[in-house]
Design a protein around this ligand. Structure first.
Ligand code: DLL
Length: 447
């Protein structure tokens, strides 16, 4: 399915595990460790965080009621609203004096969410970043080019310290100025690229526009995350940049990058279960779903000191796989997320994820990998418009051929999504590129 380069790397991968003691623990031993850590975290948050005490009391549970991992389901969920109400420091479980770093979520509306780390939290974060970066094939011989923005966003700092811990040479490039990024990658011979998957394509586009061959770079591996992306997009990035593209997942509320990451088998992202307990729930009923079912990921932190989240509703839609991975790690894997439940569009009553549309666009010859979805209401009807960049041949083709292209694409979308969408072809390079997370949806409906 993937390049021979990736298959060869997967073979070598089995030997490279950053922390075999924890990453390859027997399940029984792992669950015992989780339970011990969970119980002590619950005692602490009940004692020190008024919001948790209130919520536990309202639900009629005490930390002492949790005698097994199954009892976790008795505890109330924590949501973004709880964090907003406690803004800025209300959910910290330690005095500010013990907090040595503050980050914040990248949400675009309202006040950001503030998260804090103690010294021990930063050490754990560094270790977990080293774990997933090693799993993705990074070694002390790599030159790691970090194109995430350094700032309140957790992306750059998380991977920066992980790469340093491994002993790689880190280039703290930060985001923006694509031409300079390319020059530095050429001159410093960067071997590992860290950014969002959409920015990786922006780099490829820009190089091609400048008449440069992206394969002439020394890049070997890409560590991409912070936004949903499909297998089709992975293939496109790999072909165009000539590297092995891996996925990693995290969220600031829970820690940042380093919650989960792919090994080179690339059959899902190992979630570091000795630090986070994952559950999948039905987003409507809140019921815990059996392993393997698709639903919302809920995470409980069991080692965080400053900002431990208990049953935090991530809104990310995925599934958990507990089967044994060929790499030797025993931690469960989360599937590539379909997106966030709050990014899910409801068009004429049908649920549509931007990633489903991405999958279709990547299969059609002539579509460029840049698109945007515009949702509007015409009268009482929801209308979904898919704006997609096409190559110049199609864009300047005669009307009749263009019409046939649009019709075929609309048919394919309708059969995949189960609801009609209008397609609008737009000129190459006309959709705004973002240095961080891509913004795929413009919703013009008044809710
Ligand atoms: O995006 C942390 C991060 C930085 C992860 C760099 C990986 C690499 P936030 O800005 O708080 O934190 O956004 C978290 O981004 O709930 C998901 O919806 C989405 N997300 C993060 N990683 C992935 C991924 C960082 N690999 C939110 N696939 C999460 C899909 C992702 N979505």
């Amino acid at each position: 399915m993937y390049s021979t380069k990736a298959a060869g790397a997967a073979d070598q991968d089995r030997a490279r595990i950053w922390d075999p003691l924890h990453e390859c623990m027997d399940r029984e031993e792992l669950e015992l460790l989780q339970l011990t850590r969970l119980r002590s975290t619950l005692e602490r948050v009940y004692r020190d965080v008024p919001c948790y005490r209130r919520k536990f009391d309202a639900a009629g549970v005490r930390p002492g009621n949790v005698k097994s991992l199954d009892d976790l389901a008795q505890l109330p969920f924590t949501t973004k609203d709880d964090l907003r109400e406690s803004y800025p420091y209300g959910m910290f479980a330690v005095p500010l004096r013990e907090v040595v770093r503050i980050h914040s979520s990248s949400g675009t509306t309202g006040k950001p969410t503030v998260v804090g780390y103690t010294r021990a939290d930063l050490q754990n974060w560094t270790e977990l970043a080293a774990r997933f970066m090693t799993a993705a094939g990074v070694t002390e011989d790599d030159i790691v080019h970090i194109a995430f923005g350094y700032g309140l966003f957790t992306g750059a700092f998380g991977l920066h310290y992980g790469a340093e811990r491994i002993g790689a040479s880190v280039i703290p490039m930060s985001s923006g100025n694509t031409d300079k990024q390319i020059m530095i990658m050429q001159d410093y011979r960067s071997t590992a690229l860290v950014c969002t998957p959409s920015y990786a394509l922006t780099v490829a586009d820009r190089m091609e526009k400048l008449g440069l061959d992206p394969h002439s770079l020394s890049l070997r591996v890409g560590l991409f995350g912070a936004e949903p992306w499909t297998e089709e997009m992975r293939r496109e990035i790999e072909q165009r940049l000539g590297l092995i593209a891996t996925d990693n997942y995290g969220l600031s509320e829970v820690m940042g990058p380093g919650v989960a990451g792919e090994c080179l088998q690339r059959g899902g992202m190992h979630i570091f279960e000795d630090h986070f307990i994952p559950e999948i729930i039905d987003p409507d009923s809140g019921e815990v779903l059996p392993a393997g079912e698709v639903g919302e990921l809920v995470l409980t932190c069991v080692t965080k000191e400053a900002f431990p989240m208990i049953r935090y509703r991530t809104r990310d839609i995925t599934r958990l796989d507990y089967s044994r991975c060929a790499c030797g790690r025993t931690h469960a894997r989360i599937a590539k997320t379909m997106g966030r439940s709050d990014d899910m569009l409801i068009i004429k009553g049908v649920n549509v994820f931007p990633t489903q549309i991405e999958e279709v666009l990547f299969q059609v010859e002539g579509c460029e990998p840049h698109y945007q979805l515009v949702v509007d209401k015409v009268g009482a009807m929801d209308v979904l418009e898919v704006q997609v960049e096409v190559n110049e041949r199609i864009f300047f083709d005669e009307m009749k051929k263009q019409r046939a292209f649009v019709d075929a694409l609309e048919k394919k979308l309708a059969s995949t999504l189960g609801v009609g969408a209008r397609v609008k072809l737009v000129e190459p390079s006309s959709i705004t590129r973002h240095e961080g997370k891509a913004q795929r949806v413009i919703d013009r409906r008044t809710r």
